[in-house]
Design a binder for this molecule. Sequence first.
Ligand SMILES: C[S@@+](CC[C@H](N)C(=O)[O-])C[C@H]1O[C@@H](n2cnc3c(N)ncnc32)[C@H](O)[C@@H]1O
Length: 382
Amino acid sequence: MSTSDRLRAALVDGLTGDDAISDPAWRAAALAVPRELFVGSFFVPVPGSNPTAYRPVHRTDPGWLRQVYANETLITQLDGHVRPEDVTGGTVTGTPSSSSTLPSLVLGMWQQLDAVAGHRVLEIGTGTGYSTALGAHRLGDANLTSIEYDPLVAERAAAAIGAAGFAPRLVVGDGLIGDPDGGEGAYDRLIATCAVRYLPPGWLHQVKPGGVILATLSGWGFGFGLVRLVLTAPGEGTGRFMPGWTSFMIARPHDRPPRQSISLLPGDERPSRIDPEVISTWTGSWVAQLAAPSAERMGAVGHQILWDVATGSQARTAPVPGGGWTVVQRGPLRLWDQVESAVEAWQRAGEPHQEGFGLTVSPTGQRVWIGSEDGPGWNLPI
Ligand SMILES: C[S@@+](CC[C@H](N)C(=O)[O-])C[C@H]1O[C@@H](n2cnc3c(N)ncnc32)[C@H](O)[C@@H]1O
């Protein structure tokens, strides 16, 4: 047995023991696909750095193969163009824009998708091609199409997928449009390994009624929820959010627009009814993002800042010596009023994790709700 085979078997055994792999067919796929074909060089975050700095790791570095077979996301590109081999000295900062996703997450999502042999599947975000190769092993080349936005990333993925012995259909382009050659109801399943602010209408038509879309909803407030939507009619469906803590880099066309550095300006001040830190928590940030979907969230402990990209509206909180918090709001959107009401509705519902939320989509809109369709909810920014 080669070192690669031995490390891969150990990873797969670990994932099976942790219940990340329960389906023998996906276990077979994980055992068959050598991850090192897909992730030559990658970035690892430097512990304790702020902003996060990344150190390139190359094939020739000691321990490289062992790191490839860790259950870790391996970042392969920053800021849409910086590759590990471009970094000549030390470390670099930037925003991850392509990666080989955490193996437990990739395999968990493939299983949650409930795709079986014979299903036609559309994957959005080929990335390194690792998840695509796993899918091709399980579903067959002819049943899988994968779309990647970045031509250079797509070119590398195509080479790696070919080297691993698979030949699914690969498309270079904006996966938010769907398969450019796919018609109404062309797919049984759609899986996205980049996050979206709302489910693109093309997806809701290319997946047939009874079919499933598995995608992470996110936005500019760093909240995330992995939803499994079942189509009930063309363009219509409903579903629940999944347990766990899934996050993905946002689809490039849904990323926040570039902005100048923000100046904090005077505004109307009042006490805050909620502890601002709640919007730094996993589900609190999700609720805040639902309530103020065009706002970016910034700031540090005790000082939350919301800044609305479209209108310039601002909200910022500060602790009051002796207890409590104030908020200053400015601009046409009362961002803190929106967030505060949403957080209070969530708290009245018992502060459920994202898995207590659901999503209903129709031609007239997409609404995330708590508990049931008639519970408190917010429209996604379509
Ligand atoms: C987390 S990586 C994908 C990981 C991949 N599934 C793997 O296992 O290696 C996300 C990828 O989505 C791609 N992406 C971003 N926006 C996209 C879009 N609109 N259409 C298709 N791909 C997109 C990025 O370029 C990036 O390569």
